[in-house]
Design a protein around this ligand. Sequence first.
Ligand code: DX5
Ligand code: ZN
Length: 220
Amino acid sequence: METIVSPSILAADFNILGEQIQEVEKSGAKYLHIDVMDGLFVPSISFGMPVIASIRKQTKLFFDVHLMIVEPIRYVEEFAGLGADLITIHLEAATGHVEETLDKIHTLGCKTGLSIKPATPVSELEPYLDKTDMILIMTVEPGFGGQKYISASTEKIRETRRLLKQHGLEVDVQVDGGITVDNVSLVKEAGANVIVAGSAVFRGDIRENVRTLLERGTLS
Ligand code: DX5
Ligand code: ZN
């Protein structure tokens, strides 16, 4: 499957966000990862609708919107209207209506992602594997950028890819949190093909960082 890098703007310099997004456009990254936090599902609050509306006017990058909010069904229509291309919800935040939320996102014309936190077992994803375009395995506790990769995640990525193969499904597997040029080969080898990176993209030279994340093979 094609490897895609999705730079997380949570790590961008918001004073020059527009310029940094232009750099991302030139870098070979196809997605832009947009973290929305509500201060309830996760302890932090990031940014919301006005920021997304403003950057949507400026770029054609694929908007990969990661909703870390409780009851995301309340807001998916609004995010779709703002120009999200893919909306990821958390399994833990949508108890009782995971399928309904995924269906609603599809009806709105967007792709779907379904995410689990580090403590949630992969087996809980099983009922939804054929109902989503992407699975997001969180490789840190969601809520903040710049954390260290949780090494137990590697086995979860492997297990997810194994399960998808068993079901004959070619679904994207995204990883998010603590991904660097040093561990990107490991997560690719385990089966991830959509790579979120915040600090590892925006610290230093954006174009060079993305190129390295894309090029690092699964054997190096
Ligand atoms: C964390 C967010 C991540 C974060 C990743 O809750 O979902 O997308 O921005 O940042 P890094 O790559 O710095 O760990
Ligand atoms: Zn994220």
